[in-house]
Design a protein around this ligand. Sequence first.
Ligand code: HEC
Ligand code: HEC
Ligand code: HEC
Ligand code: HEC
Ligand code: HEC
Length: 297
Amino acid sequence: MRLSGHATECGWTWNGPDWMRQALAAAALTLAVSAGLLLWIAAGLAPRQTSPPEEASRAAEADYLRAAHDPLHFRPAIETARDAQCLACHREVLEDRVRAATPSGLKTETLRAWYQQASTYEGDQETFHRRHLVTPLAKRLMRLRCNTCHQGHDPREEAPGSSADSPSLPDNGFVLRKQVDPEASCLKCHGRFSWQLMGLPGPWPQHGPALGNDCLSCHVSIRTRRHEVNYLDAAAIESAGRQDAEVCYGCHGGRAWYRISYPYARTPWPGMPEETPEWARLRPTRSEARFLAGDRP
Ligand code: HEC
Ligand code: HEC
Ligand code: HEC
Ligand code: HEC
Ligand code: HEC
């Protein structure tokens, strides 16, 4: 803005000589700067008013550490923890939603990965936790709980067993740099389809159609005692699988993140052949004990 002439836009008019205008402006500037300096010095000299906030932040930090080391994170408490206890502090795992668009501007609703083409995939893009706990398919077929996957890990130590005070875990349930053991959880539903064991000539997408795209054509009488565990709804899975084999295949090869298959327990079934095939010699004959305990859906 110009000071000389008629600064009508501000509603006042300057009529004095030029030198007076400059002197006044300089004086105003000096005054403003020195007032600011004084205030700044005064603020520095004044007794510090920061102790309550500082204490509060120290208390919050103690609370944070206490919470991060809450006994519920560790064995044995985590084994019997209920979801509601975890969610009291971790609401975000179920409440947070994915962005509507990627940082580069692609709309999330238009994006589909290869594993999202299955006929069972529905709804918006979802976070990992929501996909396994609250989306319609998850609720229909599964009863996963926080401690199905989270079995406790040491937040201070990413490489288990490397210090003298670290807990000894003989069961390898504690994996390097991971908070869950993927081979004991993810692999069960995201492993390869073991067509070799099933006596099929090749992968399901090639040979399924010749078998009517129906797992139950064989599994109506083979390995019929399945999914009798507390984290799956066995009855719901059977009826969904009868309608659409993609449901079965979805958890047994259709979304395989691994090049290996999970070595499932081989639960004895009625009419089971006497002889155990070579590949099954070392297989357990029942699911893990922790999944047989408690209520089943
Ligand atoms: C009293 C509150 C509280 C409870 C109860 C609680 N957590 Fe936490 N949890 C925390 C805090 C705080 C952290 C640290 C968060 C961070 O650093 O981002 C944390 C971290 C975690 C982490 C990440 C750890 C890491 O190393 O980064 C996992 C996984 C987790 N909690 C799972 C659980 C599960 C499962 C339960 C229930 C069995 C549970 N929490 C119960 C407060 C809690
Ligand atoms: C299907 C298995 C599975 C289930 C069920 C599950 N989680 Fe997780 N959770 C994971 C995996 C995998 C990670 C990432 C671990 C890593 O980075 O090492 C994770 C990470 C977390 C973290 C760390 C922060 C984050 O979001 O990455 C928290 C907290 C957490 N889970 C809490 C929970 C709570 C609470 C529940 C129950 C409501 C739950 N989880 C159920 C597998 C699971
Ligand atoms: C009990 C079975 C089961 C277990 C265990 C399991 N998943 Fe899944 N997972 C599913 C099912 C079913 C879907 C597909 C859900 C759908 O299409 O709505 C899925 C979908 C996914 C997706 C795709 C999500 C999306 O929105 O496209 C990822 C990624 C994934 N799982 C990773 C994991 C990881 C990592 C673990 C281990 C920590 C794990 N899963 C454990 C059953 C499981
Ligand atoms: C041609 C018959 C046939 C068809 C079709 C078939 N299976 Fe199998 N399946 C078998 C046989 C045989 C076994 C091994 C039985 C045994 O334990 O002796 C088996 C075993 C399995 C196992 C256990 C593998 C292990 O390592 O213990 C799973 C899981 C399985 N089938 C899922 C499926 C799914 C899902 C489909 C459909 C997508 C399907 N099968 C289609 C015959 C078949
Ligand atoms: C939501 C994921 C999911 C779906 C859907 C699913 N399965 Fe499974 N299946 C599993 C898991 C996890 C196990 C291992 C259960 C355990 O013992 O802990 C399993 C185990 C099995 C076994 C080995 C059982 C044993 O104890 O000998 C067979 C066979 C099998 N499934 C066949 C099928 C068939 C056929 C269908 C469709 C009708 C199907 N599955 C659908 C996740 C799934």
